[in-house]
Write a protein that binds this ligand. Structure first.
Ligand code: NDP
Length: 400
């Protein structure tokens, strides 16, 4: 069917690349390009004997638009799947515009020096993508991504109107380390140490970090503490789900994680302000990343499950209706299948599916779109087929 250029070769990309190679009918060719080309070559070496997908590799600095344009011109993909870091979103979108190639990512743009993620920078590309006749699909991971598709699916099939959405992200995996992050430590710590916020009655309500705590009994997992965080899909769902009154996002954290994080914060290790150390400028959070376990090394050690989903409250035929859609994923099964733990798996699988939807023309409209703006049905079907089956529960326990 076509060729994708995949940028980045970390935890999430590795899963997406495994999945593309399982799906050679759609991904006839892929080029894996990243800053450290040896990682791309090692993955190619591992996968090329197992797949019909033709794999090439390349070195690229995705902060450099000219390098990206030259690579796209050389490789001639129909689509670029951006699995590098949120800092590279705009340079990669610029290169896609210059070359007329579709764009897919899993996280919205964040300037490296402000730790503030919002869609405004990427939404500003709408007209240019429309004019160029190409698609940018934003947020094709799990959250954002699958949670947004769950919302579109619930609205399409179960509700006349959705008024409340609670997105619940539970990771009950245990990797045995006192402190480690499940995906890129810098991005993860920036996200969880920021102020919380939720959307209510047409505006943002801001909270202190970890100020709002709830306990929820997760299906197939049990009771866990969870905390309200700001999360990027709230911004687009608030616009795309008509009749919405409130959207909140909760993530589970264990006590050990939170105690370590507090301590690291208190001593200044999570700061993104540069400091001078022995004559050289360093950013404390980047230094911390260098000493923490690499998320990709957690795979063989992690046991337990994730449960990520959405609880919806709304109206159907004039009556109140409650629905919970979720996926449960097992860390050890993921490791057995693709050599990664479930956090990378639950992001990498939808990244492949989003790219497939665009590459095979199932989703076909020019412009810049969040994932809930497309027909959710084919994506929901693909989740079942490609390793993230979902469950629908009527009348779930609600979060107060
Ligand atoms: P990793 O740090 O494991 O991987 C990032 C990859 O990008 C590395 O291969 C890195 O190269 C490469 N990279 C970084 N900067 C550049 C650059 N300038 N040029 C080229 N390559 C570069 O991150 P993850 O795999 O954990 O996360 C990937 C993305 O997925 C992030 O944007 C993250 O926010 C997002 N994500 C989304 C989720 C969702 O549900 N929507 C959930 C989890 C993550 P190198 O090897 O040289 O460092």
């Amino acid at each position: 069917m076509g060729k994708a250029l995949i940028i980045g070769c970390g935890g999430v990309a590795s899963v997406a690349i495994h999945k593309c190679c399982q799906n050679s009918e759609v991904f006839e060719e892929i080029c894996i390009a990243s800053r450290t080309v040896s990682k791309c070559e090692a993955l190619k070496e591992k996968l090329q004997r197992t797949t019909k997908t033709k794999i090439t590799t390349a070195q690229v600095d995705a902060d450099d638009v000219d390098q990206l344009i030259a690579l796209i011109k050389k490789e001639k993909p129909q689509l670029v799947l951006n699995l590098a870091l949120p800092y590279q979103d705009l340079t990669i979108m610029d290169a896609c515009l210059a070359t007329g190639v579709h764009y897919v990512d899993t996280a919205n743009y964040e300037p490296e020096d402000t730790a503030k993620f919002e869609y405004k920078w990427q939404w500003a590309y709408r007209e240019r993508f429309e004019k160029a006749g190409i698609t940018a699909l934003l947020g094709s991971g799990f959250d954002p991504g699958v949670t947004s598709v769950f919302s579109a699916y619930a609205l399409k099939h179960y509700f006349d109107e959705i008024n409340y959405i609670d997105i619940l992200d539970c990771n009950a995996g245990d990797h045995g380390y006192p402190f480690a992050t499940n995906f890129n430590p810098e991005i993860n710590i920036r996200e969880v140490s920021a102020k919380g916020s939720y959307w209510e009655d047409g505006h943002w309500v801001e909270t202190e970090p970890m100020e709002i705590k709830r306990v929820y009994n997760f299906p197939q997992i049990g009771e866990k503490d969870m905390y309200l965080l700001h999360h990027e899909e709230i911004e687009s769902l608030a616009l795309n789900i008509p009749g919405i009154k409130r959207i909140r996002f909760f993530m589970t954290f264990g006590e050990s994680y939170l105690t370590h994080l507090k301590c690291l914060e208190n001593v200044g290790m999570t700061s993104i302000e540069p400091i001078v150390y022995e004559g050289k400028e360093i950013i404390p959070l980047q230094f911390l990343k260098a000493v923490l376990p690499d998320p990709s090394s957690l795979g063989p050690r992690t046991k337990g499950k994730t449960n990520i989903g959405c609880i919806f409250i709304g109206k159907k035929d004039g009556k109140e209706k409650k629905l919970y859609i979720y996926n449960v994923c097992d860390h050890e099964s993921c490791y057995k299948e693709v050599g990664s733990q479930a956090v990378a798996y639950t992001t990498g699988v939808p990244a492949m599916i989003g790219a497939m939807m665009i590459l095979n023309g199932t989703w076909n409209k020019a412009g810049v779109y969040n994932i809930e703006e497309f027909d959710p049905d084919p994506f929901m079907e693909a989740l079942n087929r490609w390793g993230l089956p979902w469950v629908i529960e009527e009348n779930p326990t609600l979060v107060d």
